[in-house]
Design a protein around this ligand. Structure first.
Ligand code: GTP
Ligand code: MG
Length: 328
């Protein structure tokens, strides 16, 4: 594959080239990994195009696909180019794909200004994260204005998505009672905007109450340095009736503009780059432990630990030293 040619095509916005490039970054073959790294690097030198990356998380059935369809159509209607990617640990969805969702994103998937990429069926979150992150970089280089990164709110995928997004949106459903739908504090703390969806018909009053509850809960959180007054905030929307979407977009822009002006936007991206660098090292070290020399050493020394010939801590220190990754 001619990487230089491929990168040329991507920056001109060639969708076929983009799709091929994403397939390349999704591959786990060693030669493909190398080419992918080369491509990403080439693109970063070629263009400084910057999209707004919006992470979107919500439990199954909350309306993510419906929201992306409505919100995406609104954005393309304004002349913006929109890419939709998904981050799904393989356990989250059988086959792991928003392809089936194309029925819910029927209009958007046919829109020439939209690009929808189903999530690869990944093995583990680490691999999925890297591929998604690189897909985001590719879409950005291809000149998309907005990149929506969807994830089903299970386990750790929210953190993965938040760490590759400029804005993190939490989509919630109207809920009776005063319990906050078991949304974990850590997830709340990541949210820039909470959207209570399905604020229509019979559900509207409940949605408004739920929204007020979350607004209250957000006020109780520690103030973050990268938020202006009034953020993070909770709002109601109806993805189905396309209500509140332009207001939500307005608020997103207010936040992004403020962060750009104050330097927080660039700072966060720099921090994210560092986070992913460390994450890659972590993953590589873990991979080493699964194979080859380290695996053999683990088995060998593990047996001695099991037989009581040495202690777990002492054996661990010894092993790390043998592998030359000990800090001493
Ligand atoms: N009343 C109402 N129903 C909605 C709204 N948005 C989505 N729904 C309905 O909620 C159901 C689930 O919507 P989806 O968009 O598939 O939800 P999702 O979050 O993508 O679900 P998964 O892909 O399974 O995680 C569908 O029946 C939608 O029609 C809304 O704004 N109002
Ligand atoms: Mg969906």
């Amino acid at each position: 594959m001619d990487i230089a040619k491929l990168s040329d095509k991507i920056v001109t916005g060639d969708r076929r080239a983009l799709a091929r490039a994403i397939t390349l970054v999704e591959s786990s073959r060693a030669d493909h990994r190398e080419q992918a790294a080369e491509l990403i690097e080439a693109l970063s030198r070629k263009t400084d195009a910057q999209a707004v990356r919006i992470g979107l998380s919500g439990t199954p059935g909350v309306g993510k696909s419906t929201f992306i369809e409505s919100f995406g159509m609104m954005l393309t209607g304004q002349g913006l180019r929109v890419a939709v990617l998904a981050v799904d640990p393989s356990s989250a969805r059988s086959g792991g794909s928003i392809l089936g969702d194309k029925t819910r994103m029927e209009q958007l998937s046919r829109d020439p200004n939209a690009f929808i990429r189903p999530s690869p069926s990944g093995t583990h979150l680490g691999g999925v994260a890297r591929r998604s992150r690189e897909a985001v970089a590719l879409c950005e280089a291809a000149g998309f204005d907005v990149i929506l990164i969807e994830t089903v709110g299970v386990g750790q995928s929210e953190t993965v998505v938040a760490e590759m997004s400029d804005l993190f949106i939490l989509l919630l459903a109207p809920a009776g009672g005063d319990e906050l739908q078991g949304v974990k504090r850590g997830i709340m703390e990541m949210a820039d905007i909470i959207l209570v969806n399905k604020a229509d018909g019979d559900l509207k009053p409940t949605a408004m109450r739920t929204c007020a509850d979350y607004a209250g809960a957000l006020r109780l959180l520690r103030k973050r340095p990268y938020d202006p007054e009034g953020f993070p905030k909770a709002m109601t929307v109806s993805a189905l009736e396309q209500d509140g979407l332009s207001k939500a977009w307005e608020e997103m822009n207010t936040l992004v503009d403020w962060r750009r002006e104050t330097g927080h936007f660039a700072d966060r991206r720099a921090e994210q780059a560092r986070y992913w660098f460390e994450e890659e090292v972590r993953q590589a070290l873990l991979a080493q432990l699964r194979t080859g020399q380290a695996r053999a050493a683990l088995d060998r020394i593990g047996q001695r630990v099991a037989q009581g010939q040495t202690t777990p801590s002492k054996a661990a220190a010894q092993l790390l030293q043998d592998l030359h990754i000990s800090s001493e």
